[in-house]
Design a protein around this ligand. Structure first.
Ligand SMILES: *Cc1c(COP(=O)(O)O)cnc(C)c1O
Length: 307
């Protein structure tokens, strides 16, 4: 399938729907909260991983390249989405997976393998060297020519796809919103929103410990002018990582289950759970002025819901 005929050629849902949440807390604080359901774009390649891959695929199709190689952990949403994209668009995919192979494969890797991704495991030590030219050369001698997409899919071609989230929102809400809130892993998605040139406030909630590398990633992805001109309107809150990536507490899990019940929207604990926890905590603590309209991005990741 040729993505240049997109979107008619695919069954991807665009624009992703938005949904208004109602709750006593939001009423009391006079906050209007929408959720942009990126998770509903597609059951497998939904969420921000599709947004990041879209222009990578278009570029690949233009250049007639056939093979993509990328990296991820054993539960990676990016690896899962990439495998799905490979099947949908007839591309070869190679997944370099951190750690030992473990049989039976978990559902993420079992799916990736089933739809044709070639899985290759490397030790944690080698995985840390994955961006060095020596390591990449060794992959080339093993697998032949490929187009490399970094871990999490966060490269420059990821930016325009993520910027389209802002275009859609501007149209869907006629520009009537103040803040976009989203979870940050590598902050590639946030960099894409910044690259749209939007004047809205952008609020990332970090799901990992440590601030510095997020700003470095954003700095690295955006051109200097974008970084300098637009950095006034975005922030990353570092208070809701729950002690690190994929860490959880009973409090977080309780919040997620209450959220599912109250709003009938499934969220997961690694990204959207922490983002909504942080967002509701900030609302409770009057971080936002009365009358603020917020859009939270549900970035997907539901394939991992049961881990
Ligand atoms: C990868 C991922 C993120 C993080 O996106 P970044 O661009 O790396 O910040 C957020 N939510 C979900 C569901 C993801 O899979």
């Amino acid at each position: 399938m040729n993505l240049l005929e997109f979107p008619e050629a695919t069954n991807l849902v665009f624009p992703s729907p938005i949904q208004l949440l109602n709750s006593p807390l939001l009423d009391a604080k006079k906050i209007k909260l929408y959720v942009k359901r990126e998770d509903l774009i597609h059951p497998i390649i939904g969420g921000n991983k599709w947004r990041k891959l879209k222009y990578n695929i278009i570029e690949l199709q233009r250049s007639k390249a056939k093979t993509i190689l990328s990296f991820g952990g054993a539960y990676s949403n990016h690896i899962y989405a990439l495998a799905g994209v490979g099947q949908l668009f007839g591309l070869n995919t190679i997944g370099i997976i951190r750690g030992e192979s473990c049989e039976p494969l978990n559902p993420t890797l079992a799916y990736a393998k089933k739809v044709g991704m070639q899985l290759h495991y490397v030790s944690r030590k080698d995985y840390r060297l994955k961006e060095t030219s020596k390591f990449i050369e060794s992959l080339k001698s093993q697998f032949g020519e490929f187009t490399l997409i970094p871990e999490g899919g966060s490269n420059e071609l990821a930016l325009p796809g993520c910027a389209e989230i802002i275009e859609e929102l501007d149209a869907q809400l006629s520009g009537q919103y103040d803040t976009v809130c989203l979870p940050c892993g590598t902050a590639g998605t946030l960099a894409g929103l910044i690259s749209s040139g939007t004047k809205k406030n952008l609020l990332g909630i970090a799901v990992l410990k440590g601030a510095k590398f997020l700003h470095e990633n954003i700095n690295h992805l955006l051109s200097e002018s974008e970084f300098v001109d637009k950095n006034k309107s975005w922030k990353i809150n570092l208070n809701y990582h729950f002690d690190g990536y994929a860490k959880k507490t009973p409090e977080l899990m309780r919040f997620i289950s209450n959220f599912n019940q109250e709003f009938n929207i499934n969220i997961e604990r690694i990204y959207s759970g922490k983002m909504f926890y942080g967002l509701f905590d900030l609302i409770k603590n009057d971080f936002f002025e009365q009358g603020t309209t917020i859009v939270a991005l549900h970035t997907g990741g539901m394939q991992n819901e049961d881990i």
